[in-house]
Design a protein around this ligand. Sequence first.
Ligand code: SF4
Ligand code: FES
Length: 335
Amino acid sequence: MAKVTIDGTLIEVPDGTTILNAARQMGGPSVPPAMCYYSTLKESGGKCRVCLVKVAQGSVKDPRPLPKLVASCRTPVNDGMVVQSISAPEVLEARKSVVEFLLINHPLDCPICDQAGECDLQNLAYNHGISKTRYEEGRRTFEGIDIGDKIKLHMNRCILCYRCVFTANQITDNRVHGVMSRGDHAEISTYIEKAIDNDFSGNMIDVCPVGALTDKTFRFKSRVWFTNPVDAHRTCPKCSGNVVLWTKGNDVLRVSARTDRYNEVKEFICNECRFEHKNMQDWTIEGPRNIDRHSVIAQNHYPVTDLLKLKKEIERQIEFEKGHPRPTPSPTLNP
Ligand code: SF4
Ligand code: FES
């Protein structure tokens, strides 16, 4: 075990744990943001640099600070390490610069993007970004590409985090897309737009932190905060069948995998559950999805206890008004 101090709090974690995961075990505002690391995908991380932290003391054996800020998702802890996340102004400044860098090419099309409201980059920009850009050159632009018949790629929104590539590599059995070219020319390609038609390809939509990969069966159907997310399951021979149904009235607009507090899917779902079962009758409903109250998706969603209180209040008011009828307004002359 290694003892590590993060923003003044001491925590003990198994040797080999990364600084990011140590901070996640601790929880709270010191947890660095992550745009490319994904705990269920091997080799992920090290691409986006938003998780930078300062190592003020390397270890008990070698207490010298590390010379530069490090990516917390790729740096393992050492016994006696002292880490600064939100307590170091230079870390916050660096994260702000990374957001500005990520937004150089990313379009500001949140008002029409399906990911708005559940976009990690949008949240990051609100939390760490600046509201203007210094960039004067033109942005990279691309036409939308169909990746199979259910997924649309908007390359101009892509931040090249590689999560979808790792998903295709590790979750599906036949990867047909990856990152081509380098630097400013790098782009996700399906290698001559070959369709991805294996059973788990839809998970690329869930792992994408921005709106670059979208579900064609849900596109432009509704803003996510106008939907009611509910946990549901079905017996599926291919996957766990545990999903979230994004509903409006009795219509199921979208089916997605369940994500944890860091927006990561722990149980990937198959394409049949995701795309082929858009009927309420296909699912056993477990109850409303617990949405973080700070999320815009939580708008107008009340926990059951609040609804019961509201119902009681309305009933009390009706009873009261029965005994105290309101006076009928007297007719007034139209001026
Ligand atoms: S399409 Fe999405 S998941 Fe894939 S590299 Fe781009 S941002 Fe990452
Ligand atoms: S989350 Fe660490 S570099 Fe992207």
